[in-house]
Write a protein that binds this ligand. Structure first.
Ligand SMILES: Cc1cc2nc3c(=O)[nH]c(=O)nc-3n(C[C@H](O)[C@H](O)[C@H](O)COP(=O)(O)OP(=O)(O)OC[C@H]3O[C@@H](n4cnc5c(N)ncnc54)[C@H](O)[C@@H]3O)c2cc1C
Length: 449
């Protein structure tokens, strides 16, 4: 039995269960990485082969000459990084602008927006520099108003976004949605912002791993780190079932797949939240026209209980949402119908279109609703980044780069607001925090009315 303490049903962490994602079907896995065996010494060990861990390792290898060893419980991209919706968008926090400014000030809020824009650019730079083919789709993000009052705020929001981040937006009135190819039931207008793009996340994460291997890093799969020991000389010994990695520096990049006791500092400082995705069968131009949807850019609605959707390169629609407080057999049985019901309500013309794939994964939220990038408590030489609040394609890649600078002791000239440096506080009654999720979902749902 795993010595790791986790707060969700064991199925959520079972690397033997099929994920069942569309990305697996269109992007087959490369050769498996070997299991970590015996004693290995290195300058930096990284736990987690997702965007955070791989970006940190790649930047450490390329920019600072480290020889990183990356360990994952499964294989590259098994966590959220290989199964997300592929939106390389702004985001990373869930806090309102007003609450952020009140707590950390206007200047820090501007820095946070700066980090979000840079995060989308860092992804583009990585893709470019490594020559990755990630099926990138056209630039831009659509925000669909689900109530007239949300539409009424768009003009003000667009002006604010441009002022604080330089990102330009356009407002589309409800009667012009079909002409713009973004028609759905219950949309009361849209805001298009000139930032980010969609990609195939599995191609992107595999591309980062390949780049790391080329830069001299090593990746071990099926190698859960069960314990981190602090040696008397200050180094870290990472114990797996069959091996031990001794490293001078440590990066922990487990995000929603973290544990309460790896290390104990982590207990209660993060909350995994389940996100679900369905993908339809391919639709021809006529079926797409029935609904009046033709754009293939990132799209989401204004709900707090967010829906996110995109048209895939092969004419399928991807549609995602949150909504279960666990990931056991009951949730996996219940959610496909719940997701389908919301999809049908939003896109009624596609009721007859079959669901071809459905899968789920864990994102990560923090009590202060902003990501964290920084040290692990008072452990000198150990760092982590987490809590991207469902927006980690850009923010995890970016945070990995920032982590690399911290590990090397040579910080990059990239924005890192105070809010993202603040050590995540523990949730009150932390062992029970998962049980608060249904009430939180209800509260958000009520606010969305
Ligand atoms: C369904 C879904 C849709 C999403 N859609 C989007 C989107 O469109 N855009 C966006 O920006 N973000 C999206 N996200 C969020 C985004 O995918 C994550 O924020 C991001 O992938 C986090 O990357 P990471 O590397 O920090 O963590 P992960 O990719 O989750 O990787 C963590 C890894 O750590 C490993 N691990 C944990 N503990 C150990 C251990 N003890 N030993 C060894 N290995 C360990 C796990 O096996 C895992 O592979 C989505 C997430 C989900 C689940």
């Amino acid at each position: 039995m795993s010595p790791l303490k986790r707060i969700y049903h064991k199925d959520a962490y079972d690397t033997g269960l099929p994920v069942g994602s569309y990305w697996e079907a269109v992007t087959p896995a490369p050769e498996r990485d070997p299991v970590c065996e015996g004693d290995i010494e290195t300058d930096v060990a990284v736990i987690g082969a997702g965007f955070t861990g791989l970006s940190a390792a790649l930047h450490l290898a390329q920019d600072f000459g480290f020889a990183p060893v990356v360990l994952d419980s499964a294989q590259v991209g098994w966590g959220a990084s290989g199964r997300n919706a592929g939106f390389n968008c702004m985001g990373g926090g869930k806090i309102s602008d007003a609450a952020y400014a009140k707590r950390w000030g206007e200047a820090d809020l501007a820095e946070f927006y700066g980090a979000q824009v840079r995060a989308t650019e860092v992804v583009a730079e990585l893709i470019d520099a490594q020559g990755l083919d990630v099926d990138a789709q056209p630039r831009g993000e659509w925000l669909m108003a689900h109530r007239p009052q949300d539409y009424a705020h768009f003009r003000e929001e667009a002006a604010f976004l441009e002022r604080i981040s330089g990102v330009r937006s356009e407002i589309i009135p409800p009667e012009a949605l079909r002409d713009h190819g973004v028609n759905g039931a219950g949309f009361h207008g849209a805001m298009w912002s000139d930032v980010g793009f969609c990609l195939n996340p599995r191609k992107y994460v595999f591309g980062l791993a390949d780049a790391l291997r080329r830069a001299g890093g090593r990746i071990f799969g099926d190698s859960t780190v069960e314990r981190i020991e602090r040696l008397s000389d200050g180094r870290f010994a990472l114990h797996t079932a069959q091996g031990r990695v001794v490293a001078e520096k440590l990066v922990l990049a487990g995000n929603g797949y973290n544990s309460e006791n790896l290390p104990d500092w982590m207990a209660g400082r993060y909350t995994p939240v389940v996100s679900h995705i369905m993908v339809t069968e391919p639709m021809g131009d006529n079926v797409l026209a029935d609904q009046g949807w033709r754009v293939n850019q990132m799209s989401c609605d204004t709900r707090k209980m967010l829906h996110y959707f995109r048209l895939l390169p092969d004419g399928r629609m991807l549609f995602g949402m949150r909504g279960t407080p666990n990931l056991g057999p009951r949730d996996r049985w219940r959610m496909p119908n719940a997701v389908r019901a919301d999809f049908d309500a939003m896109f009624p013309a596609w009721r007859g279109v079959r669901t071809a794939y459905h899968w789920s994964g864990l994102i990560c939220v923090a009590r202060n609703l902003v990501p964290y990038v920084g040290p692990i408590g008072d452990w000198e030489g150990a760092f982590t980044a987490m809590a991207f609040h469902g927006n980690g394609v850009s923010m995890a890649s970016y945070s990995g780069k920032v982590l690399a600078g911290m590990v090397a002791g040579r910080p990059y000239q990239e924005p890192l607001p105070d809010a993202m440096r603040a050590e995540p506080r523990r949730y009150p009654i932390a062992p029970m925090r998962r049980f608060g999720l249904p009430a939180a979902f209800k509260w958000y749902g009520w606010q969305d009315r």
